[in-house]
Design a protein around this ligand. Structure first.
Ligand code: HEC
Ligand code: HEC
Length: 436
């Protein structure tokens, strides 16, 4: 049984039953002359991990439900939201199919490319969509000739990704040219680990592998998506480079050292670290066995055949099927974090190398990498793709065949092999991906 799907759907159905019951009750009580005014029916709860569900055991059930609550908490100006922001809770953009997943929400980046060099516009390349006052809503500067939409990415299972030693990713990068006649050469993006000054690690999170540490990413998201500063990101967002201090509630966290909301960064990080991997859970049978996911009866043989094709034609050179987390006590994040059970020594199946590649889709934005990363994008992990609807970094591909056909550059030869397959083999490969 797949934990991810079963917990989401049982919650959802529970909620729907409750709502139907309440509506029916409302109908009964309001239709007679004896009716008291019925209160509006409560909205059914969102499908969510819920307390104790989908917890890999890193946190106690009560700590886990507290961490889910912080991840889902709708921030307000009095808890630090804004003045410039994109949305008001992590879960607003990370909720499908469970809290922590992906969503239809996108972020916008823009910048200036001139004489071979990308530069940020004033205020940075992330152009937030919202603000507490209309006059400070950021705009795309007129001279920004590079513009990009970024789809939100699921965080489910990312604790395992963080626990993979740098050396594993470096070894994958080193082997790729030999597996592909030199065509494929993933780039490891070394990035700062903000919680340990002067340390670096191989980036793996975000479309540009712009962070290695989930703590760094979470602090980045608090500041850049919600306008909430913390010790790792102490400077408030601006509106196109102009200060928004005047729109901040007076004396707010942003001017106080040791902001209390640093605990929230730790909570959401622990929440992400404690969600199990998606689809093929730890301890599940390895490749070659029918995967967990949306497996319709009678499809098992097609899934298995499609998986074989995926492995042999070269998709898996980049979409690496299996990674293993470091043994207990392994230092990752440049020494800032030590792998502990239940994350230690787990083999999981993300179908990504977490390296940057040029597959012809690059959006021209430079983030934590150097200028050479301008048109590189991280190999999209394919776990959980069965519930994703908008694919690729810009969300512009609306099904798997559309996403495959956009691959070029380093992936050209592999895609030619895919295109040369009989239609039934192509279909099996897609059936396989839809089972993840
Ligand atoms: C407005 C929507 C939005 C909000 C709010 C938001 N995120 Fe995200 N998140 C995104 C988008 C978009 C990306 C992809 C960004 C990119 O790489 O360009 C992302 C990526 C991530 C990733 C990388 C996942 C991976 O596997 O690569 C993590 C981790 C993450 N967000 C955590 C958080 C946390 C924690 C919060 C709350 C503090 C949060 N996000 C709030 C939209 C959002
Ligand atoms: C050279 C490395 C490489 C190879 C080979 C490769 N891919 Fe990809 N794949 C990527 C990168 C990089 C992305 C993200 C591109 C983007 O978002 O612009 C991606 C994205 C995808 C996506 C979209 C996933 C999502 O969630 O958005 C699918 C589906 C996919 N690849 C399937 C395949 C299949 C099937 C093959 C083999 C026929 C293949 N890929 C071969 C690197 C590769």
């Amino acid at each position: 049984m797949d934990i991810r799907l079963s917990s989401a759907s049982s919650k959802e159905f529970g909620g729907q039953r409750l709502a139907v019951f309440i509506l029916f009750w409302g109908f009964l009580t309001s239709s007679g002359p004896w009716a008291a005014p019925a209160p509006p029916p409560p909205r059914p709860p969102q499908p969510s991990n819920g307390p104790g569900q989908n917890n890999n055991g890193l946190l106690s059930p009560s700590d886990f439900s507290a961490a889910v609550a912080v991840f889902s908490q709708q921030q307000t100006p009095s808890t630090g939201l804004g003045p410039v922001f994109n949305d008001d809770a992590c879960a607003q953009c990370h909720h499908a199919p469970n809290v922590g997943g992906d969503s239809q929400v996108t972020a916008l980046r823009a910048g200036i490319f001139s004489e071979g060099v990308f530069s940020d516009p004033p205020g940075g390349s992330l152009i937030d969509h919202r603000a507490l006052a209309p006059q400070i809503v950021p705009r795309v500067p007129n001279n920004a000739n590079v513009r990009s939409i970024r789809a939100s990415i699921s965080t489910l299972g990312d604790g395992y990704v963080e626990a993979v030693p740098d050396q594993t990713l470096l070894s994958i990068a080193a082997a790729q040219p030999g597996l592909s006649n030199g065509q494929i050469h993933g780039v490891a993006n070394w990035v700062p680990v903000l919680e340990l000054p002067h340390s670096t690690a191989v980036g793996r999170f975000g479309w540009k592998s712009q962070h290695a540490s989930l703590l760094s990413f979470s602090a980045d998201a608090f500041r850049n998506e919600m306008g909430i500063t913390t010790p790792l990101f102490p400077t408030e967002l601006s509106s196109n480079g102009n200060s928004v201090q005047a729109f901040e509630p007076a004396g707010f966290f942003e001017t106080t050292p040791n902001r209390p909301n640093n605990n929230d960064v730790i909570s959401v990080t622990s929440f992400i670290r404690s969600t199990p991997v998606r689809a093929r859970i730890p301890g599940a049978p390895d490749l070659g066995v029918v995967p967990r996911g949306v497996v319709l009866s009678g499809q098992a043989q097609f899934i298995k055949a499609g998986e074989g094709t995926f492995m042999t034609i070269g998709c898996a050179i980049c979409h690496v099927a299996s990674l293993t987390t470091g043994a207990q006590g392994t230092a990752v994040n440049g020494g800032a974090y030590t792998v502990q059970p239940p994350l230690a020594g787990i083999t999981f199946h993300p179908f990504s190398d977490y390296l940057l590649h040029d597959v012809g889709t690059g959006d021209g934005i430079v983030q934590t990498g150097d200028q050479s990363t301008r048109n590189l994008i991280r190999t999209a992990p394919l776990w959980g793709i069965s519930t994703r609807k908008t694919l690729m970094h810009d969300g512009a591909s609306l099904d798997i065949p559309a996403a495959i056909s956009r691959h070029a550059g380093e992936a050209s030869v592999v895609i030619q092999s895919f295109n040369a397959l009989p239609a039934s083999d192509q279909q099996n490969l897609i059936t396989f991906l839809n089972s993840l």
